[in-house]
Design a protein around this ligand. Structure first.
Ligand code: MRU
Length: 368
C-alpha cells in the first residue's frame, strides 16, 4: 500500500539489523503515521495484545517475527526450552485469531527440521519472512477472485455504482499488504468498476472509523462512514449491493468468527437478500473446531467501551470518558456468524461455499 507515494508493508525487519522488526503502530492512525521498532519477544507480545498491530493476518505475521526475536536472544544450551516458553507466551496475547497459533506452529515445525541453534535461528527467520510474503501473496489472490463477485453485481446494475458494506478493518492494515475484504475492492477499482463503500465505525475500538476510512482515502475509493447501527436501515433502503467482511477464525465447517457486530450484519443481509461474503486466507481456517460455538471469543477491557481516544481540534491527543467510570461494562471483541448466513468464502484459491464438503475439497492438503 502506498502512503504519500511510498510503498509500505505493515511489518518488516530492518535490512541492516534483522534483530529489529518495524511495525506501524495503528493506535495513532489516522492522525499520525508512527513506525515502532520491536527488538524483543515481550515487545511483540505487547504490540499484539495492546493492538499496535491487529487483524488476523498481521497478528500471524507478527507472531512469526516474534518467534524470530525470541530466537535471537535464546541461549544455545537452552534453545529448545526458551523457544517452547516463547511459543506458549505468545499464544496468551490474543485468543481468537487462528493465524496466531498457525504461525507459531509453522515456525516450530520449520525449526525442528534443523540440528544446531544457529541453523534453527536461520530457519526461523526465513520462515517468518515466508509467512509475511505468503500473506501478501494470498491477499492478492483473494483480490482477483473477489473481483469477479463485484464485476457480476456491476454488470447486473449496468455499470452503476456498486455499494459495498464492510465491518471493522479487514484491509491492508489487518494483513501484511492488500487486505482480505479490501483486496477485491482494490482489484475491482483497478478494473474500472465504480465502487462506493459503507464503512461501519466498529465500536468500541473504531477500526472502521480510524483505519478502514483512512485506508480507502489513501486509495482514493469513495466511502461513507456510518454508525454500526445504521447497517440494517441502509440495507432495507436498497443502498447495499454486497456485504464483504474478513474473519479471524473460520471452522472447517464454515462458521465465521469476526469483529463483534458482524453477525448482526449477516442477519440483516439475509433478511434483505443481500449477498454476504467473507474473505480469508487459508491460514485462518481452524481444522479442529467443528462448530463456531467452540471458537474462543476474546473479552477485552470494559474501559474500551467507556472511554474514547482521539484528537482535539488543534491535534492534541486526548482521551475522554463517555460513561461514568465505575459503570460495569462487558466488551466481547468477536461474534460468530453461522455458515448458513454466509453466501460464500473468498480465498486465495477461489470462491467456495461455507460448508465442510466444499472447504475440505479445496483445502484438503492443508488439514493439520
Ligand atoms: O480486534 P481486531 O482489530 O484485531 O479485529 C480484526 C477483525 O475483526 C478483522 O475483521 C479480522 O481480523 C479479519 S481481517 C484480518
Amino acid at each position: 500500500m502506498n502512503i504519500n507515494g511510498q510503498h509500505y508493508r505493515t511489518i518488516w525487519p530492518l535490512e541492516k539489523d534483522r534483530n529489529t522488526v518495524c511495525i506501524i503502530d495503528q493506535r495513532h492512525l489516522p492522525h499520525e503515521f508512527v513506525i515502532e521498532k520491536l527488538t524483543s519477544l515481550e515487545q511483540a507480545w505487547q504490540a499484539i495484545r495492546e493492538m499496535h498491530v491487529r487483524g488476523a493476518g498481521l497478528i500471524g505475521a507478527t507472531a512469526g517475527f516474534a518467534m524470530h526475536l525470541a530466537a535471537c536472544r535464546a541461549g544455545d544450551s537452552t534453545f529448545a526450552d526458551d523457544m517452547e516458553k516463547a511459543a506458549k507466551y505468545l499464544l496468551t496475547s490474543r485468543p481468537t485469531a487462528k493465524n496466531l497459533s498457525w504461525a507459531v506452529e509453522r515456525i516450530e515445525k520449520a525449526m525442528n527440521r534443523e540440528e544446531t541453534p544457529e541453523a534453527k535461528r536461520q530457519r526461523i527467520f526465513q520462515t517468518a519472512l515466508a509467512i509475511a510474503d505468503e500473506d501478501a501473496h494470498f491477499c492478492r489472490g483473494i483480490g482477483e477472485h473477489g473481483r469477479t463477485v463485484i464485476e457480476e453485481i456491476s454488470k447486473g446494475k449496468e455499470g452503476r455504482t456498486v455499494n459495498i458494506l464492510t465491518h471493522c478493518n479487514a484491509g491492508w492494515l489487518a494483513f501484511v499488504d492488500y487486505g482480505s475484504a479490501t483486496a477485491p475492492i482494490y482489484a475491482a477499482r483497478d478494473a474500472g468498476i465504480d465502487i462506493h463503500v459503507w464503512v461501519d465505525e466498529t465500536r468500541p475500538w473504531n477500526q472502521g472509523a480510524k483505519l478502514t476510512a483512512w485506508e480507502l482515502a489513501q486509495e482514493k475509493i469513495a466511502h461513507t462512514l456510518i454508525t454500526d447501527n445504521a447497517g440494517g436501515h441502509i440495507m432495507q433502503s436498497g443502498e447495499v449491493d454486497l456485504v464483504l467482511v474478513g474473519t479471524d477464525r473460520t471452522t472447517h465447517t464454515g462458521d465465521v468468527a469476526n469483529k463483534i457486530g458482524t453477525y448482526l450484519k449477516a442477519l440483516a443481509a439475509y433478511d434483505n437478500g443481500i449477498p454476504f461474503y467473507v474473505a480469508l486466507p487459508s491460514s485462518t481456517f481452524d481444522w479442529k473446531i467443528d462448530s463456531g460455538k467452540d471458537i474462543p471469543i476474546e473479552i477485552r477491557s470494559g474501559e474500551e467501551i467507556m472511554r474514547v481516544e482521539g484528537r482535539t481540534d488543534d491535534g492534541t491527543p486526548a482521551g475522554v470518558w463517555i460513561a461514568e467510570r465505575h459503570t460495569r461494562a462487558l466488551n466481547y471483541a468477536f461474534d460468530i456468524t453461522p455458515a448458513r448466513l454466509v453466501t460464500g468464502l473468498i480465498t486465495e484459491r477461489g470462491i467456495l461455499k461455507a460448508d465442510r464438503q466444499a472447504i475440505h475439497a479445496m483445502f484438503g492438503d492443508k488439514i493439520a
